[in-house]
Design a protein around this ligand. Structure first.
Ligand code: IPE
Ligand code: IPE
Ligand code: MG
Length: 240
């Protein structure tokens, strides 16, 4: 079982279009799919779930859709926060909070503070997040801390990246049929297993999660090594 799963929740718009409904209905249905998926992950012992809810690039969408999505954050928090808190979910928001409204920021703060004590599963919601933004913010913060260049190792920079308190990402899922990363967890997905499904996000649930987990269980993760061979000790590896 993976410890850390990430999902690009894509396909809300197409789900709605297929039903001759406004795109917003797809997004709304997507929130319900998320709540069900969080529970399904927790039930299966997954400790960390990270979801892509709004990308740095999603600001390019029509203003009506962007404001609909912002409104949906407020609706989702007021409707589901208490329930998620009761179920032992710890909520964490990752992304650039500067650009979102005061109201949305307050909703995120409330979601984080009222679930901070929970330990069953950590749900990280990537909102106004981009993988490139993440690398840049990490570098900036390391520079502000005065980290000297020769001390900026992968580990040190990693400690400034989003999700640094979570274990490495094991399984990266994308719904909606597109086979691309779309600027999600670029740094964190270096060695995660990828699973793409045509299932549109509002249709995702336990059954689709289990398909992804079964596929994951059959993968042979080598991390650059050779299966069955004992890894060399660090001292035996070339320097650098
Ligand atoms: C994903 O669904 C949700 C967000 C990006 C906010 P889309 O809105 O991208 O749905 P499609 O890809 O148009 O179907
Ligand atoms: C990725 O989906 C972002 C989220 C799911 C939040 P997009 O629909 O924005 O990605 P592209 O435009 O198809 O690459
Ligand atoms: Mg999309």
């Amino acid at each position: 079982m993976p410890r850390h799963v990430a999902i690009v929740m894509d396909g809300n718009g197409r789900w709605a279009k297929k039903r001759f409904l406004p795109r917003f209905v797809g997004h709304k249905q997507g929130v319900d799919a998320l709540v069900d998926t969080v529970r399904a992950c927790a039930d299966r012992g997954i400790e960390y779930l990270t979801v892509f809810a709004f990308s740095s690039e999603n600001w390019k969408r029509p203003e009506e859709e962007v404001s609909g999505l912002m409104g949906l954050v407020l609706m989702a928090v007021s409707r589901y926060l208490a329930k998620l808190a009761r179920e032992g979910v710890r909520i964490h928001i990752v992304g650039d909070r500067e650009a979102v409204s005061e109201q949305v920021r307050a909703a995120w703060d409330q979601a984080e503070s009222s679930t901070a004590h929970n330990t069953r599963i950590t749900l990280s919601v990537a909102f106004n997040y981009g993988g490139r933004w993440d690398v840049v913010q990490a570098c900036r913060r390391a520079m502000v801390d005065g980290v000297p260049p020769e001390q900026l190792t992968e580990e040190r920079l990693g400690s400034y990246m989003a999700l640094s308190d979570a274990p490495d990402l094991d399984l990266f899922i994308r719904t909606g049929g597109e086979v691309r990363i779309s600027n999600f967890l670029l740094w964190q997905s270096a060695y995660s297993e990828l699973h793409f499904t045509d299932c549109l996000w509002p249709d995702f649930g336990e059954a689709e999660l289990d398909v992804a987990l079964t596929s994951y269980a059959a993968r042979e993760r080598r991390f650059g090594g050779i299966q069955g061979a004992a890894p060399q000790t660090a001292a035996a590896l070339p320097a650098g």
